[in-house]
Structure formats: C-alpha cells, structure tokens
Ligand binder design. Structure first.
Ligand code: NDP
Length: 255
C-alpha cells in the first residue's frame, strides 16, 4: 500500500481507531488532515504521525455542528486543494432502550454518527470525483447485527452501512468507491466516554472473550489495517462493502 502524495481527511482522529488510522496512513506516505474536537489530543496524534511521515494539518471542529463541518471541509481544501480519501470515523455511543431513551439521545447519536457523515460526504464528493478517490466509513458490528440496550447507536450504524452501499452505487460510474468497516469491540475510549466506569469496562472486555469467536476484543490498529486496505489500490474492485473487523462476531449465534 502506498499513499504517497494522496490527501486523506480523517474525522475523530484524536483518539482510538481514528488516531491509529492517522498514524498508519502517515507511515504509508499520506498527506493528512486530522479532525477532532480535543486540540491537545489531536496535537499528540499529529506528533506521532510526524515521527513516521509528514506533519498533518489539524482541522478542529465538531462534525455534528453544520457550520463547523463546513469549516473543517473548507480548511482542508484551502490547505491542500484536493482530496483523495475521506475517512468518516468520528462517533459516539450512548446506552438506552426504547423504554428509557429520549429524542434528545436520538438526535445526539444520529447527528454525530450519521448526519455528520451525510453532510461531510456531500461536501467532499465533488473533489473525490476529480481525483477518483474513495470513502471509508466506520460503522460497527451493530450496523449489521442487533443488540439490546444501545438502540440509537444500532440505528445510526445500520444507517452508515446503507448510506455506504447507496453512495457506492451512485458514484461508481464516476470512479469513486465507498466502503465501510464494521468493528467488533475494540479497545478505545468509546465505551468509557459512553458512560462505563473502569470496573464495568474491565468486565465488558472480559465478556468480549466469549462474544467474539477469536476469543478477544480487537485493537484500533487492526481496524486501521482494514481501513487503509479499503482506501488503497489493493481494493480497486471493492465498493459498497461492509467489512467486519470483529473476530467473527457477526457470524455468531447463541447456542
Ligand atoms: P474514541 O472515543 O476513542 O474516539 C472517538 C473519536 O471521535 C474521537 O477522536 C472524538 O474526538 C471523535 N468525535 C466524537 N464526536 C465528535 C464530533 N462531534 N466531532 C468531531 N469528532 C468527534 O472511540 P473509537 O475510536 O472507538 O471510535 C471511532 C469509531 O469507531 C466510532 O464511529 C465508533 O462508533 C466506531 N466503533 C468503535 C468500536 C469500539 O468498540 N471501540 C466498535 C465499533 C465501531 P474528540 O475526543 O476530539 O472529541
């Protein structure tokens, strides 16, 4: 895989999967625009990228906010004048069932996990058509299987998979590919930020040994490998794909 001279925009690059993906792209020669809200964390990731490749440009902003997403996009294109790969990775999780969720929760989760992707992709597509670039969205095993207790999250991720397939068909004739990855439980800050305390998170990771066929949760690096593969010239005949990176979890049934 070689991304020399390719411009890659990654949302949610200040932590977890997005941060690992940024470092991987940097190693592979990419020119990076990195988005997140936490500037200090983003600076740390940028340092790691600069140590193995080019120094990234930071495009700080909240992608659930329309005006800020426009700025993130404009800043990227003003800086580099082109885009080859868009990685829509930023996401949040919240717990809630149909009995105790709220419309505010629905809006928060959908705005970040789906509406922001819809918006940023709309903005980026004209440039991706020019470069015959591609899009990788970060969905989840929750996009293809159903789990109780994270209702809004499940729906948002299912939307990401459908969005990916639809735009793959719409853009295929223009030479733009669109794929998504569907991670299983991956060790990052997502669940703790979603409300799990340290003890609950340790139990959750232990339980993940039984809920993933390969007997463990995944790492951010393993997901980054799949993202860079789908974005690369090794995947030129793949579009509309939902690629599980979940230790076999999508294939499991209770028994
Ligand atoms: P982390 O919490 O470690 O990272 C989430 C990233 O998203 C952070 O960089 C955060 O930025 C960013 N982010 C969240 N909301 C916004 C926003 N409104 N605007 C800009 N950036 C935002 O979690 P992960 O790395 O695990 O999550 C990355 C993606 O992977 C998500 O889409 C998640 O749903 C998906 N995923 C994760 C799994 C897991 O088990 N970890 C499993 C399946 C899918 P900042 O901190 O700067 O605000």
């Amino acid at each position: 895989m070689n991304f020399a001279g390719k411009v890659v925009l990654i949302t949610g690059a200040s932590s977890g999967i997005g941060a690992a993906t940024a470092v991987k792209f940097a190693k592979l020669g990419a020119v990076l625009a990195l988005n997140g809200r936490n500037e200090a964390n983003l600076e740390e990731v940028a340092k790691k990228c600069a140590a193995v490749g080019q120094k990234p440009h930071l495009v700080i902003g909240d992608v659930s906010n329309e005006a800020q997403t426009k700025c993130v996009w404009q800043d990227t294109i003003d800086k580099y004048g082109r885009l080859d790969v868009l990685v829509n990775n930023a996401g949040i999780i919240e717990t809630g069932t149909i009995e105790n969720t709220s419309l505010e929760q629905y809006d928060r989760v959908m705005n970040t996990n789906l509406r922001a992707i819809y918006h940023l992709t709309m903005l980026a597509v004209p440039e991706l058509i020019k470069t015959k670039g591609n899009i990788v969205n970060v969905s989840s095993v929750n996009g293809i299987r159903s789990f109780p207790g994270v209702l809004a999250y499940n729906i948002s991720k299912m939307g990401v998979d459908q969005f990916t397939r639809c735009i793959a068909l719409e853009l295929a004739a223009k030479g733009v590919r669109a794929n998504c990855v569907n991670p299983g439980v991956t060790v990052t800050n997502l669940h703790k930020r979603g409300g799990m305390d340290a003890e609950a998170y340790a139990k959750f990771l232990e339980h993940s040994k039984t809920t993933h066929a390969l007997g463990r949760p995944g790492t951010a690096d393993e997901v980054a490998n799949a993202i860079t593969f789908l974005a690369s010239d090794l995947a030129t005949f793949s579009t509309g794909v939902s690629l599980p990176v979940d230790g076999g979890r999508h294939a499991m049934c209770p028994r």
